[in-house]
Design a protein around this ligand. Structure first.
Ligand SMILES: Nc1ncnc2c1ncn2[C@@H]1O[C@H](COP(=O)(O)OP(=O)(O)OP(=O)(O)O)[C@@H](O)[C@H]1O
Ligand SMILES: [Mg+2]
Length: 259
């Protein structure tokens, strides 16, 4: 157990979060080991994005503790979490519509070169192109406002931005949601590559059990704001996950009928 704790780059302990009458997270516990890819599954509204936003410093928990690389932290904001190596690809993306592809890629981490600013712009352009090529996404022009791009192209930019950042704890909130089958496969290949390299630790939210079983080392299921299932992927199956989720649905329906 002590060894397990030492391997954790991130621990969420007894975190709760309410929005008015809605309890999004209920005394939740989660941990992420160094170098692992953790798949997070759960129904719509289960609390997955809320948990990611809290870990990324975007929202505050009402109670509980966050421990990053052995130190308890209270994030001041997203930049504070980023300075500790945590970066998130949000489900709703957080690109700036009016800025172009390159400006979005380097948002808040612009390269500067003095006295010739043009050089930095060229370099950022080249790095942007390389990062997008690495994912395999085709975006013909990098100097258009991202508002004009498709949902999948926007998503690719958000993923590329995060995986090329300094972050070593990467949160991917439904990175495949807007992707076609081919582009989705490319994102999964990228996650696979990062997993093999073992330098970053990843939490990936997805709705597709097959993707999670293929791409993750371990799977957690979040139901009603709590983790109800935690197993290494080789020890579970689509059938088992399906059974748990459907059983919960039936139980909730029976409870509703009993009222
Ligand atoms: N800013 C907010 N204000 C009020 N309620 C919120 C807010 N953010 C989330 N909620 C509520 O908290 C609950 C959990 O939402 P969350 O976005 O974390 O779910 P999720 O698991 O990511 O769902 P999905 O799979 O649909 O993305 C939902 O009931 C949601 O309506
Ligand atoms: Mg969500």
């Amino acid at each position: 157990m002590a060894e397990d704790l030492a391997d954790d780059v991130l621990r969420v302990e007894n975190v709760s979060k309410r929005f008015g009458a809605v309890t999004a997270l209920r005394d939740i516990n989660l941990h992420l080991r160094k170098g692992e890819v953790l798949g997070l599954l759960g129904d719509n509204g289960a609390g997955k994005s809320t948990l990611m936003k809290i870990i990324a410093g975007f929202q505050n928990a009402d109670s509980g503790r966050i421990v990053v690389k052995g130190e308890e932290v209270t994030f001041r904001d997203v930049d504070h979490a980023r300075s500790l190596g945590i970066d998130c690809v949000y489900q709703d993306l957080a690109l700036v519509n009016e800025l172009d592809v390159v400006q979005n890629m380097f948002l808040k981490r612009e390269l500067v070169s003095r006295p010739v600013p043009l050089l930095a712009r060229r370099k950022m352009r080249r790095l942007t192109r390389e990062a997008l090529d690495q994912i395999g996404i085709n975006i013909p022009r990098l100097d258009v406002p991202v508002a004009r791009l498709s949902g999948g192209q926007r998503q690719a930019i958000a993923v590329a931005r995060t995986v090329t950042s300094e972050a070593d704890i990467i949160l991917l909130d439904e990175p495949l949601a807007a992707m076609g089958a081919k582009e989705g496969a490319m994102i999964l290949d990228l996650v696979q590559k990062l997993r093999e390299e073992g330098n970053v630790s990843i939490i990936m939210i997805a709705h597709n059990y097959v993707h999670v079983l293929q791409s993750c080392d371990r799977v957690n299921l979040i139901q009603g704001g709590q983790i109800t299932f935690d197993k290494p992927t080789p020890e579970t199956s689509v059938e088992e996950l399906n059974e748990i989720v459907v059983e919960e649905y039936r139980r909730a329906r029976r409870a509703a009928h009993a009222d």
